[in-house]
Design a protein around this ligand. Sequence first.
Ligand SMILES: Cc1ncc(COP(=O)(O)O)c(C=O)c1O
Length: 343
Amino acid sequence: MDKIIDLRSDTVTKPSLTMRQIMAAAEVGDDVFGDDPTVIKLERKTAELLGKEAALFVPSGTMANQISLRVLCQPGDEVICERKAHIVFDEVAAAAALSGIMLRPIDGESGRLSPEQIRDAYHQPDIHRPNSRLVALENTHNRAGGKVLDLDYQNSVVAVTRELELGFYLDGARLWNAAIALKVAPAQIAAPFDMVSVCFSKGLGAPIGSAVCGSRESILKARRIRKMFGGGMRQVGIIASAALYALENNYARLQDDHDRAKKLANGLVQIDGIQINPEDIQTNIVIFRIEKSQTRFLQKMADRGVLMVAFGKELIRAVIHLDIAEEDISTAVSVAEQAIKEC
Ligand SMILES: Cc1ncc(COP(=O)(O)O)c(C=O)c1O
């Protein structure tokens, strides 16, 4: 087997030689004392890119989400969100376990809640009810297959959050992909939100790291909560330098990942036994349906060096990233065709 084509996630990328050299040479300090120059540079750059006053470097997207929810809510508050959002599905009930926050998951369409659904979910202040405090969106939406929330949609939601005096949060783990797909600046996507998270360790290809962005005041609170959650890090200029390198060098190329995801979908749709609509592919995530055993299919793929993951009943997910070359897509399609035949 020449090369493993690892499509399980865009988190599997390996740092390039140049990225490793930059990491080795990074200037560092103690970030809990606030004097790591590379972290300061990364936080300034990220805040600027997102059009926010300040940013905070954190170890993971999950911690970025949980710190933000804690800043924006009190115990007993309720967060209105889409049912398949990462904060609902994939964060080990952290909002409840760490912060006493109740999530109010609502069935969405392509990762979207309509303004009417938000209005219906909102509780008028009442001694019996949780306090509706926040609306949380995810852009791009992972479990909806990397779907993009466009600016008009976001603006229609912000109008309701203002009317109901709710906070507004974005899980922007893949905001970079959304910005590329919409051909807008990241700050335009971040604009309506009180706080926004972004990840450097997904499509951008850094080995670790995320950031939370917002007002100076909210980031001051976030810094304290990061320490409480055990995320205060020391000489992390080493990893912040990789995130800076990733922002500067791997952002514009995300379009290649989107094109390859489309190409993969166009190949898969030709295969008997695979259901997918290539029109649904907007960014780097490809989700398709198979009627055969998922376990057998994934094993047959893995035996030939192509890795994907099960992503719900009958669903398989493949994610394109910077370690996936153009020719890997045709290989993945022909391997999928053989695997389906053998299942
Ligand atoms: C939309 C979204 N938010 C947050 C996260 C969490 O990121 P991490 O794995 O760095 O905790 C992920 C991870 O895939 C994600 O897809």
